[in-house]
Write a protein that binds this ligand. Structure first.
Ligand SMILES: Nc1nc2c(ncn2[C@@H]2O[C@H](COP(=O)(O)OP(=O)(O)OP(=O)(O)O)[C@@H](O)[C@H]2O)c(=O)[nH]1
Ligand SMILES: [Mg+2]
Length: 445
């Protein structure tokens, strides 16, 4: 019995040592792995540019994967176009109810369609055309074409384009794997967009057949008027895609990187993107979390995040929240930034602030839109880009100084996320700051 007991003890010790060793190795491996793992969160209000930054980071760190994805963005570009056309016609139908009747004859008075080369470069007529300019360019048209005479041509264009608009729901359904409701945001569509897609093919053919009518409605003075008077508010990507309709309607069309950056799809929940980043001869594994929608519930899952990149679109000073039309979007960004700064769970993360959409801010200011009209505290300060951007920057910095629960520093960048060159150099800079934080966090710096 005794000797048997001893044998058992020895066995047990051996087994226990082996388990200890295994656990030690696992711990080591986990530690090594966590030393290589960098978690970055993208935060900011809806449409602040988080997903666009994610694409820019993918372009910088893993450009071949973004290149491979390009064809899968095609139906989503179509989807953005169809939505814009639907919104245009919803507004036209209300304003000119007569156009909803079927056309009696094809009007001979249709203005000639622009050739693709001039058409694609003649854009920039979104809502911010200076009033003086748009007035002079439209006045001669007005004198020959009183609004009543628009009815037959609008009727005709509507009847041509309507079948395309009608396929919006089917396209949404195809993209979202069977959920047919265009009001719903699409889930991460890149997976489903890669599958064979009969609706996408039909939409492509219809686009090809109606491209001239689309350009014509997009250029039509009735639509220009709606945009100029802000009766029609299109998503920011709409003008870009409609200006480029001839290129997009080509049968061999594959979205360019520029197109991919312009696409607008609302992110649902949290999407995760991974890529390997080589720095100092070591491969780090970056996990990028693009957090759309819900605001607070996610915080506990990210208490070990290396860095938070907060995006605030400072062009949005004249916009209000969709869900609460009394809240100015800059105010909302400041509130959300306060929540992030004061959240103890996130206090160990590096904090990077990107004041985004500076290109749109410049356009709005150049068009004479006054900040004071929307933000009374702006007072009599000059309404130029330098003053306005500095004013917003100071406000965000002040929030962090006063409210931050940690003593971390704040990295601030002005960004224009559709500008590839400028954004790529900011990504290098931000990447270095994130790696410094990571290395100090794992005790290597
Ligand atoms: N002009 C301009 N447009 C931008 C800029 N950054 C992003 N956009 C556009 O703004 C729209 C919204 O950008 P997203 O990246 O989808 O915004 P998001 O923060 O991911 O939005 P949610 O997923 O709804 O939370 C897209 O059409 C982008 O192309 C910018 O700096 N300038
Ligand atoms: Mg998004």
């Amino acid at each position: 019995m005794g000797s048997q007991g001893k044998g058992n003890d020895a066995d047990a010790t051996r087994v226990s040592n082996a388990i200890d060793e295994e656990l030690r190795q696992e711990r080591e491996a986990r530690k090594r792995k966590s030393q290589r793992e960098v978690k970055v969160m993208l935060l900011g209000q809806a449409e602040s540019g988080k997903s666009t930054l994610q694409k820019q980071m993918q372009l910088y760190y893993s450009s071949t994967t973004l290149d491979r994805e390009k064809p899968t963005w095609k139906p989503i570009v179509y989807f953005n176009i169809l939505k814009a056309l639907r919104m245009i016609f919803e507004e036209l139908d209300t304003l000119y109810p007569a156009i909803t009747q079927s056309p009696t004859s094809t009007p001979g008075s249709l203005s000639p369609v622009m050739p693709p080369s001039t058409a694609s470069s003649a854009g920039n007529v979104f809502s911010y055309t200076p009033a003086s300019l748009s007035h002079s360019s439209n006045s001669s048209y007005h004198s020959h074409h009183p609004e009543a005479s628009w009815t037959p041509e609008l009727q005709y264009l509507r009847s041509k384009i309507l079948p395309l608009v009608a396929s919006e729901d089917a396209l949404a359904s195809e993209l979202s794997g069977g959920i047919s409701n265009r009001a719903w945001p699409l889930p991460d569509i890149r997976a489903t967009a890669a599958k064979p897609s009969p609706v996408t093919n039909i939409v492509a053919k219809t686009l090809l057949a109606t491209q001239h009518e689309i350009m014509e409605i997009w250029r039509h003075p009735a639509v220009r008027n709606l945009l100029r008077t802000n009766k029609l508010y299109l998503e920011e990507s709409a003008a870009f895609f409609l200006d480029n309709i001839f290129r997009i309607a080509e049968p061999e069309y594959i979205p360019s990187i520029d197109d991919v950056l312009h696409v607008r799809v609302q992110t649902l929940g949290v999407t995760e993107h991974q890529f390997d980043v080589a720095m100092g001869g070591i491969q780090y594994h970056w996990q990028l979390y693009d957090v759309g929608g819900a605001r607070q519930a996610w915080a506990p899952f990210f208490d070990d995040a290396t860095a938070i990149i907060f995006l605030a679109p400072i062009s949005a000073f004249d916009q209000y929240l969709e869900e609460d039309p009394r809240t100015n979007r800059i105010d909302d960004s400041l509130q959300l930034f306060t929540v992030i700064c004061t959240n103890k769970l996130l206090s160990k993360s590096a904090l990077i602030l990107m004041l985004n959409k500076t290109d749109l801010l410049k356009q709005k200011l150049a068009a004479g839109i006054k900040v004071r009209k929307y933000i009374s505290s702006y007072g009599d300060r000059p309404n130029n880009y330098e003053e306005v951007s500095e004013y917003f920057r100071a406000h965000f910095i002040q929030v962090q100084k006063r409210k931050d629960t940690s003593t971390r520093s704040l990295y601030v960048h002005f960004t224009s996320m559709l500008d590839i060159r400028a954004t790529q150099s900011i990504i290098v800079n931000v990447g270095e700051a994130i790696m410094r934080q990571h290395l100090s966090g794992v005790g290597l710096a």
